[in-house]
Design a protein around this ligand. Structure first.
Ligand code: FES
Length: 166
């Protein structure tokens, strides 16, 4: 009789262990992707995207140009293609800087003033130099910059990096 009781306890122990093991496996299968989504920073989840914005040869040296390009933006579960702009300056043979035209004060569209030789915001007269720094007005920080790379004579724009306070 004690042998039968021992066998039953062994079987019960095995079944309890198997149930807990199965529950652990299910928890891991469901919990790991959710934990990764919650804990990984957004950029680690996001794929790096480069947009072909211009031909390098079409950009005059040291002359700011506004270029318009199409970009795909995720809107909830769908992707939307929209027009976007960048203020681009070719500063060398293979060097280009690109600023977001969005004013860092309240978001109006900044443009190049040929007369004043700097970027100006029409809303509250903030002014920005060709390296994006604030020259005057209420803008609290320099213009934000696009990541830029040159490949096969094309100017590729990446993410917009938010500038730090001036
Ligand atoms: S929005 Fe540009 S200065 Fe206010």
């Amino acid at each position: 009789m004690p042998e039968l009781q021992n066998e039953q306890e062994l079987r019960r122990g095995f079944l309890v262990g198997a149930i807990f093991g199965l529950m652990g496996a299910i928890t891991a299968a469901l919990g790991l992707p959710a934990a990764g989504y919650l804990l990984l920073p957004g950029k680690a989840r996001r794929k790096e995207v480069w947009i072909e914005a211009a031909d390098l040869t079409n950009l005059p040296m040291n002359q700011p140009e506004q270029i318009i390009f199409n970009r795909e933006r995720r809107d909830g579960w769908k992707f939307v293609t929209e027009k976007a702009a960048a203020l681009v300056i070719r500063t060398g043979d293979q060097q280009v800087v690109a600023f977001s035209p969005v004013c860092t004060h309240l978001g109006c569209a900044v443009s190049w003033s040929t007369n004043e030789k700097h970027f100006v915001c029409p809303c509250h007269t903030s002014a920005f130099s060709t390296d994006g720094k604030v020259l005057g007005g209420p803008a609290p920080r320099p213009l934000d910059r696009f990541d830029v790379k040159i490949a096969e004579g094309k100017v590729l724009l990446g993410e917009v990096r938010e500038s730090k306070e001036s």
